[in-house]
Design a protein around this ligand. Structure first.
Ligand code: NAD
Length: 437
């Protein structure tokens, strides 16, 4: 039996069933794309409550359309399950589970390995398994391949294995799952061919690379490139601030250079599930080769210092006004890690809120995308978003613009805040009540 050709044919004639394991920020848009392309998708997730809600057409991630999920269910093109046995029904198994760091800031592959161990007994000949979770080079080859082959299946012959990183940019209207080119590396040449067949039915441009390791490293380079450049511009911000120069004016002027300069923007720190975390996957793996990733460490150090820099600026600004932070009320505007999304993971706003509270300040927040402070593994606030009005703004000793959501009325905020800390370079004209940080 030519399993490779059989599988490629099933993708071509749309009879293939797609299995997606991990129905979050990455898995759900991918599911919707396959449904849109006319494929049946089975989703598997360990979160039973999420599975139940999805099967009722309810999605708790704001920028992912519940209507589209409900319609996929209605058309019988999507079904969520928490039973790994359903993996047997799929021709492709795409893993999109979290890859965080543990408390020692080392890779925590437990979600990926747990998924693999649970899928393996349900794998059969003629399937392809694709890992999409961000990870260090070697994960697919060293961790997934042996677990599949232990079941008796032979990768590259009767089953296929690829790594294809996700490049989602939530809330970016310019690109979507279909139009973002997708890098894909196979364990063997046959794996690569099947991987290409799997993804090319849903995505316009597939960038084939020579191995799973190359694909893993590509994803890390992309994210390290961002982390390091953001670290650089954050360092430049601190220096410019000390020199009395507006870093945003500098970036805007430098951006007029038609070649050789790419603008990056400073902020109150790095957030999200990717940029603050992924680089350290490489740091950890590089140690096995006796290497230190100095750029990554340095950028991490500078970026992690940014919330402290903002708090130093707040403390100084309050001092000048004869106030102590410990006796002040502070309103944080925007607690999602970037504008126009509801994702709170690794948000520097939350770090600032904790530090301010430690120093005795009374904290409140306003975020149109986060009505109630969610349950988080390491952070806890019993708070709800307060509406911003001229009256509420005036009640606070200090207002921090932490995330510049488009929904904010920036003019009204600057007019009615006693002291406004601008961490995003939103205000260009100097004003007595505005301090850039
Ligand atoms: N969010 C992004 O924008 C983004 C972008 C590129 C890459 N990534 C990478 O994609 C991966 C997934 O990230 P995400 O943001 O979608 O995470 P997420 O937390 O939004 O979703 C992960 C889902 O996996 C489920 N899950 C956890 N363990 C499981 C298991 N053993 N079996 C089945 N389901 C399980 C969780 O319940 C959750 O629903 C990560 O490696 C991340 O680094 C994320």
């Amino acid at each position: 039996m030519n399993f490779k050709q059989q599988l490629i044919d099933r993708f071509d004639d749309k009879t293939a069933v797609i299995g997606i394991i991990g129905l979050g920020y990455v898995g759900l848009p991918l599911m919707l794309r396959y449904v849109e392309a006319g494929y049946k998708v089975i989703g598997v997730d360990t979160d039973k409550d999420k599975v139940k809600k999805l099967n009722h057409g309810i999605c708790e991630i704001k920028h992912i359309s519940s209507e589209k999920i409900a319609s996929a269910i209605e058309q019988k093109l999507f079904e969520a399950s928490s039973d790994y046995a359903d993996c047997t029904k799929a021709d492709a198994l795409i893993i999109c589970v979290p890859t965080p760091l543990n408390k020692y800031r080392e890779p925590d592959l437990s979600f990926v390995l747990d998924t693999m161990d649970n899928i393996a007994p349900h794998m059969k000949q003629g399937q392809i398994l694709a890992l999409e979770s961000t990870t260090y080079p070697g994960t697919t080859e060293e961790e997934l391949l042996p677990r599949i082959e232990k079941t008796g299946l032979k990768v590259g012959v009767d089953t296929f294995l690829v790594y294809s990183p996700e490049r989602e940019d939530p809330a970016n209207p310019k690109y979507d799952t279909r139009t973002i080119p997708k890098v894909c590396g196979g364990d063997t040449e046959s794996c690569q061919q099947v991987g290409k067949a799997l993804y090319s039915v849903a995505i316009d441009n597939i960038v084939a690379v020579s191995s799973t390791k190359t694909a893993e490293m590509t994803k890390l380079l992309e994210n390290i490139h961002r982390a390091v450049n953001i670290g650089l511009v954050n360092e430049m911000k601190v220096v410019a601030d000390r020199m009395g120069i507006d870093i945003h004016e500098v970036i805007s002027a430098a951006s007029t250079k038609p070649f050789g300069f790419t603008p990056y923007y400073p902020g109150p720190g790095l957030g999200g599930h990717c940029i603050p975390i992924d680089p350290f996957y490489l740091t950890w793996k590089a140690r096995e080769y006796g290497l230190h990733t100095r750029f990554i460490e340095l950028a991490g150090e500078i970026n992690a210092y940014m919330p402290c820099f903002v708090i130093e600026k707040i403390t100084d600004a309050l001092n000048v006004r004869g106030k102590a932070l410990s006796e002040c009320t502070v309103l944080v505007l925007g607690i999602a890690y970037k504008k126009n999304v509801d994702d709170m993971r690794e948000s520097p706003s939350v770090i600032m809120m904790e530090k301010l509270e430690e120093k005795g300040a009374v904290i409140a927040y306003s975020d149109p995308h986060v009505p109630v402070f969610p349950k988080m593994r390491e952070h806890h606030f019993e708070l709800s978003s307060i509406p911003i009005t001229p009256e509420t703004l005036k009640e606070y000793d200090c207002v921090i613009l932490a995330t510049d959501h488009d929904a904010f009325d920036f003019e009204m905020i600057s007019q009615h805040s006693k002291l406004l800390i601008d961490t995003r370079g939103k205000y260009h004209r100097p004003a007595l009540n505005i301090v850039k940080a």
